[in-house]
Design a protein around this ligand. Structure first.
Ligand SMILES: Nc1ncnc2c1ncn2[C@@H]1O[C@H](COP(=O)(O)OP(=O)(O)OP(=O)(O)O)[C@@H](O)[C@H]1O
Ligand SMILES: Nc1nc2c(c(=O)[nH]1)N[C@H]1C(S)=C(S)[C@@H](COP(=O)(O)O)O[C@H]1N2
Length: 198
């Protein structure tokens, strides 16, 4: 498997005052790893951070992960309206480009799960050759936004945002990400599809 799929380094960042100080056990990093391992065929190396809701510390972690070669960086937590929620500000502070479609689509998807979806200010940006994506803090929101909503028979009712992630990473010069269709069917234009190995 690993011979035919590009290796990828992914940064995962859980932003939580309480989990980072041990008030509760962090469920964000395990949920991110579980979903990404299930969804991707590529061999993945994870770079993990569990940090408090501090803007400068979050920005510094994002820069360090991009500089370490992470093609994709996912954050969870700190996207709401509370005073301490500053993950979107910290993300925008390191942006070279904003990718507003991801935040818009994630809020649309999340409305299928919770009426408070619009309280998340989650955003996505490009920095160098990396895509940085904010997800809400509720651990269950990770699979909800990445994978979307499926019926009991597995039929996709609302597509998750991860379907657009592999092509986005192609466009910024990153590795060729391939997904398990039953978890998340990635979309690329035909002209961008890599021919299967002979
Ligand atoms: N990293 C996490 N691990 C486990 N549960 C979490 C985590 N982050 C959030 N949650 C759960 O989701 C709820 C809402 O998350 P939210 O990000 O709003 O937390 P918060 O009120 O900002 O506090 P904190 O930053 O201390 O996690 C929390 O009350 C908690 O039950
Ligand atoms: N898919 C999904 N999106 C969600 C939620 C959720 O449970 N599932 N929670 C909402 C709530 S209650 C809040 S306050 C905001 C912000 O959450 P955060 O501050 O933990 O990032 O995300 C929203 N988006």
């Amino acid at each position: 498997m690993s011979a035919v799929h590009d290796a990828v380094k992914i940064g995962i960042v859980s932003v939580s005052d309480r989990a980072s100080t041990g008030v509760y056990v962090d469920k964000g990093l395990p949920a991110l790893k579980e979903w990404l391992t299930r969804a991707l065929l590529n061999p993945v190396t994870f770079e993990e951070r569990l940090i408090p809701d501090e803007k400068d510390g979050i920005s510094a972690a994002l820069i360090a992960l991009v500089d370490a070669g992470c093609s994709l960086v996912l954050t969870t937590g700190g996207t709401g309206p509370a005073l301490r929620d500053v993950t979107p500000e910290a993300t925008l502070a390191v942006a070279h480009k904003e990718m507003p479609g991801f935040g818009e689509q994630m809020r649309q998807i999340s409305l299928k799960f919770v009426p408070t979806a619009i309280l998340s200010r989650q955003c996505a940006v490009i920095r160098d050759k990396s895509l940085i994506l904010n997800l809400p803090g509720q651990p269950k929101s990770i699979a909800e936004t990445l994978e979307g909503l499926k019926s009991e028979s597995g039929e996709q009712i609302v597509p998750g945002i991860f379907a657009a992630v592999p092509y986005c990473i192609d466009l910024v010069g990153g590795p060729y990400l391939e997904t398990r269709d039953e978890v998340c069917k990635a979309f690329r234009p035909k002209s961008a599809l890599r021919p299967p190995p002979a």
